[in-house]
Design a protein. Structure first.
Length: 129
């Protein structure tokens, strides 16, 4: 949904800058607004059909966001529990550890690697450690 809004905003700026015509802007804006409404209807339907699933998704994202800080602050037993939740396996050699993430953490990791999810960054888009 955020991507649809971004497209709409960018197209509006392009219209203002004269890069696209008013007619093109109106057609695309209408199309993107309808797409956004469909997404909202689908989300609303999902929440009504299975509100626990939405809560699970929120909890997963919160855990992914806080995993590093939780790991650093916890006792070894709690660290092990956290690793069992997030990881399914690890390959270890003399120089590195290569984790295999459980679903859906694998998808989150892929997004981070692709730069699609910046994680925690400061106002200058530098990663916080």
């Amino acid at each position: 949904m955020t991507q649809v809004r971004r497209r709409n905003e960018q197209a509006y700026l392009d219209k203002l800058d004269g890069k696209i015509t008013e007619l093109f802007w109106e057609a695309k804006s209408s199309e993107w607004n309808e797409e956004e409404q469909q997404i909202l209807r689908a989300l609303d339907g999902s929440a009504q059909q299975n509100p626990e699933r939405i809560l699970d998704g929120i909890r997963i994202l919160e855990l992914a966001n806080k995993a590093y800080f939780l790991y650093v602050k916890q006792q070894p037993v709690e660290k092990a529990k956290l690793l069992r939740i997030v990881l399914s396996n690890c390959k270890i050699d003399a120089a590195s550890v290569d984790p295999t993430y459980r679903k859906p953490f694998d998808l989150i990791f892929q997004r981070v690697q692709n730069g699609e999810w910046l994680g925690r960054v400061d106002s200058n888009h530098h990663r916080l450690h």
